[in-house]
Design a protein. Structure first.
Length: 667
């Protein structure tokens, strides 16, 4: 029992829609229930079927028609499709497939099967897997929607030796299905249609460049089809770099597509990872082509049964899982502990990827089919791609190593951003605390100030006494810091010495580096003038190069030059940087009268504060070496990777190459 106040009204069953109307006087009766029959719901609410009435929705009409032609090609019934854009705005899509059936439909005996398909929602051959094992049109509304939203649609069918023709306007047939003659060897379906200005607005028209790209993309997705393109030259815009006529045929499939998309790009690996896999049991074909880009933005283009899925879906999930799991497993196999931190996000961050799947009865989100929802697709893709990826990595260790290191860099950058985000969030709620061992300068501005990074607490004590408290800060570091070139981001995050250093400088690291927040104008590494000191300085320079490179590029990083020897004769005292400098001073600065006492400093901590100030910290008397990056940055990166990276064999080779220079050394 219902009343005029009921919230819901029952809709009749079948191919009808209902619409309730509320009168101005508030009454609501059975007479107010409208029944939208046939294709009228499509014209009333086009957004429900093609997503709107904008340019994207307009071109979706072409996608629905060419998808039908592609389904014929994928099933092996068609080898050629032609697309023609005419000066009057009509678009024609023709295939050489089986042709839409024209005999009377068994349920609607007064109509041909062709008319049923063009005028009835949820009709077609795609529901029967015996007719189409895979198809892009699954809801049975595609071509009927095109008919409903076209001012005029002309269809020709060549099959069984006869050519048939029928004309429709705004979804309604205006001619009967007519037999116009023999096929003369032709077969297939041709649809010529013009978008309705009542739906899309006056002046709305297909864009030649967009139709051209959509047609070419279809040819890439199925290597067995040829697609002919022709367009009236007047429709090609001045900035459209497309021909008036073309033939698309790409036997290489997605590999050819990827090569075209990435032409001229710098890639991490010389060869892309591409392949095709067809399941031995059941139905499922997966094709992929992936490269990693060093100088362009990442992209992912995926398709299901030749239908673009710009919003991704389960097939993309399977691809990401296969690549990330495969690269982690390879890293574990070669003993790279950093590989454990790799995620799918890191693998795809700089990837150019193309993925196409053909599966039975796929499920999409929405009629426009922009996202694949079939759960089986993730499993099919992951299994197909993972095995091939494992073989691809092990077949070329050099290529696999480059890719692994590249992706690890992306992972460390991601973790670094996460840490800095957490630090920024904490800093917003409480004042940032400086490291306890930092003896800061009293000056608040960065201009003219400097911080000495000192090796050990003993040297730090001397430096704190020798400094100018107004402009000079001192941060002692105990022992050798972490080698960040071969350490994981997790270890870097846990290292207290580096955390203190980053905190003291205040400028962040990696992509979050902020030059304006650097608290000191000069950052001076001050270590002992011996081999251990040089090693510590190298570790610090590696840290700055990999984590704070703009600091070096801005000319803020320096090396102090402390003396190794003190030379005294009578009241004369000089300091020597190294053995060569000592010998030069003995020869040029000291006379033969009296013995020259030579004292070798074991470290900065042994120097009196006054000596340290005079020789190393006083701007008036000291010497500093500014650290810079060579113009050939590739050479610099190569040296850092070779001497500080994860490959001990590279360092061993370096030592062997320079062994002759060790002759005569007392070691």
């Amino acid at each position: 029992m219902t009343s005029s106040n009921d919230l819901f009204a029952a809709a009749p069953q079948g191919n009808q829609n209902t619409k309730a109307r509320v009168n101005k006087d508030g009454s609501y009766t059975a007479a107010d229930i409208e029944i939208l029959e046939g294709l009228e719901p499509v014209r009333r609410r086009p957004g429900m079927y093609i997503g709107g009435t904008d340019e994207k929705a307009l071109h979706h009409l072409f996608a629905e028609v060419i998808d039908n032609a592609m389904d014929e090609a994928v099933e092996g019934h068609a080898t050629r499709i032609t697309v023609e854009l005419e000066a009057d705005g009509f678009l024609t899509v023709r295939d050489d497939g089986r042709g839409i059936p024209v005999d009377p439909h068994p349920k609607f005996t007064d109509k041909s099967a062709l008319e049923v398909i063009l005028t009835t929602l949820h009709s077609g051959g795609k529901f029967n897997s015996k007719v189409y094992a895979t198809s892009g049109g699954l809801h049975g509304v595609g071509v009927s929607v095109v008919n409903a939203l076209s001012a005029r649609l002309e269809v020709e069918v060549a099959r069984d030796g006869a050519l048939w023709r029928q004309v429709y306007e705004r979804g309604q047939p205006v001619t009967a299905l007519e037999r116009v003659g023999p096929t003369r060897g032709r077969r297939g379906t041709a649809m010529r249609f013009l978008p309705d200005p009542e739906i899309f607005g006056e002046g709305a028209a297909f864009r030649a460049a967009r139709i051209f790209r959509m047609s070419r993309a279809k040819a890439y997705l199925f290597g067995g089809v040829k697609i002919g393109w022709s367009c009236d030259p007047e429709l090609i815009g001045a900035n459209d770099d497309i021909p008036a006529e073309a033939e698309f045929h790409f036997p290489g499939g997605l590999a050819d597509f990827l090569a075209e998309r990435t032409a001229g790009a710098t890639t991490v690996t010389p060869a892309p990872f591409a392949g095709k896999h067809k399941a031995e049991t059941g139905h499922g074909t997966v094709e992929w082509a992936i490269t990693w880009l060093g100088d362009r933005d990442a992209f992912m283009s995926s398709y299901c049964n030749t239908v673009p899925t710009p919003e991704g879906g389960t097939h993309e999930t399977g691809l990401r899982a296969a690549l990330s799991k495969g690269l982690r497993a390879y890293g574990e196999m070669v003993g790279n502990k950093k590989a454990a931190q790799i995620t799918a996000e890191d693998v795809m961050a700089a990837a150019g990827a193309m993925l196409s799947v053909f599966i039975r009865e796929p499920e999409f989100q929405g009629q426009t089919k922009e996202k694949l929802a079939s759960q089986s697709a993730a499993r099919i893709v992951e299994q197909a791609v993972r095995d091939e990826f494992d073989h691809w990595l092990t077949a070329s260790p050099a290529q696999a190593s480059r890719l692994l290191e590249f992706v690890i860099e992306r992972a460390e950058e991601r973790l670094r951003r996460k840490r800095e985000k957490e630090v920024n969030r904490k800093a917003a709620t409480r004042k940032l605390r400086l490291p306890g061992k930092l003896a800061d300068c009293s000056q608040n501005t960065a201009a003219g100030s400097e911080i000495f990074i000192v090796e050990g607490d003993s040297a730090g004590g001397s430096a704190k006494q020798a400094r100018d408290r107004r402009t000079q800060a001192v941060l002692p570091l105990r022992g050798k810091i972490l080698n960040v070139a071969n350490a994981s981001s997790a270890k870097l995050a846990q290292n207290q010495l580096l955390s203190d250093l980053v905190l003291a400088l205040g400028c962040g690291t990696g992509s979050a580096f902020r030059a304006d927040d650097l608290r000191y104008e000069r950052v001076i590494v001050m270590t002992d003038a011996d081999v251990d000191g040089a090693h510590i300085a190298s570790l610090l320079m590696t840290f700055f190069y990999t984590q704070m490179r703009p600091l070096i590029e801005g000319g803020h990083l320096y090396l102090a030059v402390p003396p190794l020897y003190r030379l005294t004769q009578g009241g004369k005292t000089l300091y020597a940087r190294d053995d060569a400098h000592k010998d030069a001073l003995l020869e040029s600065e000291f006379t033969g009268k009296g013995k020259v006492e030579i004292a070798r400093f074991k470290g900065l901590g042994e120097m009196m504060p006054a000596q340290l100030k005079e020789t190393t910290m006083d701007p008036a008397t000291r010497s500093l070496l500014r650290v810079a990056i060579e113009e050939d940055d590739g050479a610099t990166a190569g040296v850092v990777d070779r001497l500080m990276g994860t490959k001990p064999e590279a360092r061993f080779a370096f030592i062997q190459e320079r062994a002759p220079y060790a002759d005569g050394l007392d070691i």
